[in-house]
Design a protein around this ligand. Structure first.
Ligand code: IMP
Ligand code: MG
Length: 177
């Protein structure tokens, strides 16, 4: 597969500008609080790394691993949900993910942090596909709302590939086996 086949939807410059804005909003909203940023890997790796550096707060980073996708389809269950969920008691948590799709992943992760005593669990996602939502969850911060199409790049993958593209792109139908 070649990255030439990927059509750019959101270029690196637009992503950079939007991440800066999100960082400023989060900085203002959580001023004076000790925020836990919880990145949902693998997809959130790139976004979380940029977002936390755009956020000027006293934050700690937590990592959660989850996967719900097989190829281009949600499997309908969240597999490999692993986290330490450390130190959440008494603190606000901001979940960071690449994309909010059915909402299954973030709903499950949110519930875990609430069980651990987080005072508030909100979410910041780079992309939102509201058309596909099956769970009662919204993100407090959304980078870009997109149509129901399969995207890759800036952390998002197709069977593990394309995460390193610096932009968000769409794969043509013939690339999707
Ligand atoms: P949800 O649990 O259905 O909301 O799925 C969320 C996860 O599915 C995201 O964190 C992504 O890892 C993956 N995912 C959903 N849509 C896409 C896409 O268009 N491209 C790549 N991964 C996606
Ligand atoms: Mg993910």
């Amino acid at each position: 597969m070649s990255t030439n086949a990927v059509t750019t939807l959101i270029d690196a410059q637009r992503i950079r500008a939007r991440v800066r804005e999100l960082g400023e909003q989060i900085t203002a909203d959580y001023a004076g609080q000790q925020l836990i940023m919880a990145a949902v890997l693998h997809g959130a790796l790139v976004f979380a790394a940029d977002l936390m550096r755009a956020t000027h707060l006293d934050v700690t980073l937590d990592i959660v691993m989850a996967s719900s996708y097989d190829g281009t389809r949600s499997s309908g269950t969240v597999k490999h949900l692993i986290g330490p969920y450390n130190g959440a008691a008494g603190h606000p948590v901001l979940l960071i993910d690449d994309i909010l799709d059915t909402g299954l992943t973030l709903a499950r992760v949110r519930d875990r942090f609430l069980e651990k005593g987080a005072t508030d669990v909100s979410a910041c996602v780079l992309l939102d596909k509201p058309a596909r939502r099956t769970q009662a969850i919204t993100a407090k911060y959304v980078g870009f709302e997109i149509d129901d199409l399969f995207v890759v790049g800036y952390g998002l993958d197709y069977n593990g590939r394309y995460r390193n593209l610096p932009y968000i792109g769409a794969l043509p139908a013939e690339e999707l086996a």
